[in-house]
Design a binder for this molecule. Structure first.
Ligand code: ADP
Ligand code: ZN
Ligand code: MG
Length: 476
């Protein structure tokens, strides 16, 4: 039986968060009454001329630099011609032979392994309008508020090998876009959209198989589901001795299947040609360097620095740099409490667990960096035990009170008073003569039992180190 390897390449459209549209001064703000953010330019009236929003170029350059692309010194806009009611001009202004950036890559962590995914190109284009269909009457409405909103299209090389890898790559792209503050990357709201190209080939072969392109993917979950479905479908066709037809397929999220939308024969001929109304975009070194100079430290660099400077495992460094805000939170904590690995453990464990459960991001964390590190200090000084610290943490999350106050109010301080511990140790030894003699006969692992009994007797508040020492001494 032939073993097939999936090959996936993604085309991502990300909305850029400028105040105004790409070729006119209309607002890009979401949620305004239909057609209120329009003018003769984005309505496609005859005789008007577009003028390029420089910010769109700046934002796309940021992305190009953040993904190690080569920047095209002289790029062009092109007209992509097709007819659809949401496209008033009858063409979309996009880029074709000369995109603003080519040949980049991103690194993404899949199953603990760093994978490098190539980017073929990044280009700028305008969005189309939106059709609103009336379910009661046979009419449709057109809202052109979105026509002319700036988009950046990012095309990957066919470097992805599984639906999970495709998902990880998309999350990485979104993280970069948010990190450099050029878009919100919200898939559900349509500001981050993706078409997925997928083919199969016999394992070990380097040529590409015939691909299908899946459209209508509007959540990360659906991208992975649709790819899984499409891989299974193609593999069935091939196993049966059939051939894959190059076509565009539509994901049906309700039925969980892809259905054929149009074949190669019906593929559009877009009759691309350079847009005569727009000058070529000339990008010189000073422009590139100005954009580069304004970039924050990028996720990959910060991940490497975290691993290096704080001696963190790669896994910790990757999680802690999954957003700029989380990375900032970590570094604020380390500034207040200088044991990076302890801070990392508490962020990755209890804190991210809490945020996940409450569906919150770090910006809305109920526990502040100051309070978290105050707790770690109490733990470090032996004021509370590890177990109690977790209880205090939960209480901090629920009440927002600082840890010292909770410890005081609830009497959670660790018992480091040797008289009190000795009393408890003596009582446990007296109550368990059998275990004591077995321990003395060589069953060393019973130490855990004794420690457990003492901790139980002290409601978890005894200093475990002192308990251990005292038991060892008394059971000699
Ligand atoms: P278009 O969809 O406009 O024809 P391209 O031919 O450049 O554009 O391909 C678009 C995407 O499809 C890219 O992300 C590319 O990596 C991917 N792709 C191309 N060929 C294959 C293939 N045989 N299998 C899987 N993905 C592919
Ligand atoms: Zn306008
Ligand atoms: Mg395509």
């Amino acid at each position: 039986m032939t073993n097939y390897e999936p090959v996936i390449g993604l085309e991502v459209h990300a909305q850029l968060k400028t105040e105004t549209k790409i070729f006119c001064g209309c607002s890009t703000r979401f949620g305004a009454p239909p057609n209120s953010h329009t003018c003769p330019i984005c309505l496609g009236m005859p005789g008007v001329l577009p003028s390029l929003n420089r910010k769109v170029v700046d934002f796309t350059l940021r992305m190009a630099l953040a993904t190690d692309c080569h920047i095209t010194p002289l790029s062009r806009f092109a007209r992509k011609n097709y007819f659809y009611p949401d496209l008033p001009k009858g063409y979309q202004i996009s880029q074709y032979e000369l995109p603003i950036a080519v040949d980049g890559h991103v690194e993404t962590l899949v199953d603990g392994q760093v994978r490098r995914i190539g980017l073929t190109r990044i280009h700028m284009e305008e969005d189309a309008g939106k059709l609103v269909h009336d379910s009661d009457r046979p009419v449709s409405f057109v809202d052109l508020n979105r026509a002319g909103v700036p988009l950046m299209e990012i095309v990957s090389e066919p470097d992805l090998r599984s639906p999970e890898e495709a998902g990880a790559y998309l999350r990485t792209l979104r993280a970069i876009i948010r990190w450099i503050d050029i878009g919100d990357g919200n898939m559900e709201e349509g500001s981050f959209r993706c078409d997925a190209n997928v083919s199969l080939r016999p394992a070990g072969i380097s040529t590409l198989g015939t691909r299908t392109e899946i459209k209508n993917l509007n959540s990360f979950k659906h991208v992975e589901k649709a790819l899984r479905y499409e891989i299974a479908r193609q593999s069935e066709v091939l196993m049966d001795g059939g051939t894959i037809i190059q076509e565009t397929r539509l994901w049906d999220p309700d039925k969980g299947v892809t259905v054929s939308m149009r074949g190669k024969e019906e593929a559009h001929d877009y009759r691309y040609f350079p847009d005569p109304d727009l000058l070529p975009i000339e990008i010189d070194d000073p422009w590139v360097e100005a954009v580069r100079g304004a970039l924050p430290e990028l996720p990959a660099a910060r991940r490497a620095r975290f691993a290096d400077q704080y001696h963190l495992p790669d896994y910790d460094a990757a999680i802690l740099t999954s957003s700029r805000e989380l990375a900032d939170f970590f570094e604020t904590c380390v500034g207040l409490f200088s044991q990076p690995k302890v801070v990392s453990n508490w962020i990755m464990g209890p804190l991210l667990g809490l945020l996940n459960a409450q569906d919150k991001t770090i910006e809305h964390s109920p526990v502040t960096a100051a309070d978290l590190t105050a707790l770690l200090r109490l733990l470090d000084e032996g004021v509370v035990s590890g177990k109690i610290a977790k209880t205090v943490f939960d209480e901090m999350a629920a009440s927002g009170r600082p840890p010292a106050e909770i410890v005081k109010a609830k009497g959670l301080s660790q018992v480091s008073d040797s008289d009190a511990i000795e009393q408890a140790v003596d009582a446990v030894i007296a109550a368990n003569p059998d275990e004591v003699s077995r321990y003395k006969d060589g069953q060393a692992k019973l130490m855990g039992f004794f420690v457990g009994q003492v901790m139980k007797a002290t409601q978890g508040k005894a200093n475990p180190k002192m308990v251990n020492e005292m038991l060892t001494r008394k059971l000699k």
